[in-house]
Design a protein around this ligand. Sequence first.
Ligand code: 23J
Ligand code: MN
Length: 258
Amino acid sequence: MSVLDDLAVKIASGAVRMVDLTHTLDPDFPVIILPPEFGQCARFRMEEISAYDHRGPAWKWNNISMCEHTGTHFDAPSHWISGRDVPNGAVDEIAVERLVGPVVVIDCSEGASKDDDFELTPEVIEAWEAEHGTIPEDCWVLMRTDWSKRRGAEYLNMQDDGPHSPGPTPEAMRLLVEERNIRGFGTETVGTDAGQGMHYTPPYPAHYILHGAGKYGLQCLANLDLLPATGAVLIAPPLKIKNGTGSPLRVMAMVEEA
Ligand code: 23J
Ligand code: MN
C-alpha cells in the first residue's frame, strides 16, 4: 500500500488518532494585554449578516474580525523586529511543506502547577533528552503546562506587576534554536514567552530568538496532555494573509497508536 493510502485507512480506523490542539474562537477567550502605552490585540468578534431571514432567506453567514494573534494562533518571523528581514517571513510566504512536520512535547505541567512563573531552562530540556533522546532537527517543540485548562482571569493571571505564566528562558531558546535548529516552539499560554518575559535579556526571548532565526511560534494551544513526548506529526497552516505576521488557525496532530 502507498504511504497515503495507508495513512487514510489508518485515520479512518483510528489507528492514527487525530488530536485537535485548538481552542474555539470565542469573544470571551482572553487575548494578550500589553502595558497600556502599547497598541492592543483585538478579541474575536462575530456579527450576523443573515440567518435564513429577510436579510438572506436561504442562507446564514457572519462577518468576523480579530487580531492576527487572537486565540490559538501562529506567529511568523515578521512578527518580531529580529525577524523583519527574514526571507519568507510573513504567513503568506511560508512554503506549505513547512506547515506539516514532526513534533515533540516537553511536559512541564508538574512544575507549572506549583509555580505560575515556571521556567523552561536548558536543564529541563536536557533532562527530557536524557529520557527521550536528542530533539531532532527541524522539529516543532511544544511546552506542555496544562495552562489550556485554565478559564477566565486565571488564564492571563494578571497581577499588580503584570501577567504571570510559564515560559522559556533566553538560554533555553538559544539551545533549541542555535543548537537543535528546531522548526518552531509552541505553548498553551497566551504567548510563546512567559508572562514576565519582558524582564529577560533580550525582552521576550522566545519571540526574539525564534523569529530572528526564521522559526515559527504557536500560542494558546490546547490538549497537549493528549500527545506523546515524541512521534506525532503536527499540522499547522496559518491563513494566507498578505504580509500577515500571524494568524488564528486549526492546529492538529496525528498520533500513531501502539
Ligand atoms: C506582542 C508583544 C508581545 C507579545 C506578543 C505580541 C505575543 O505574545 C503574541 O501573540 O505574539 S508576548
Ligand atoms: Mn502571537
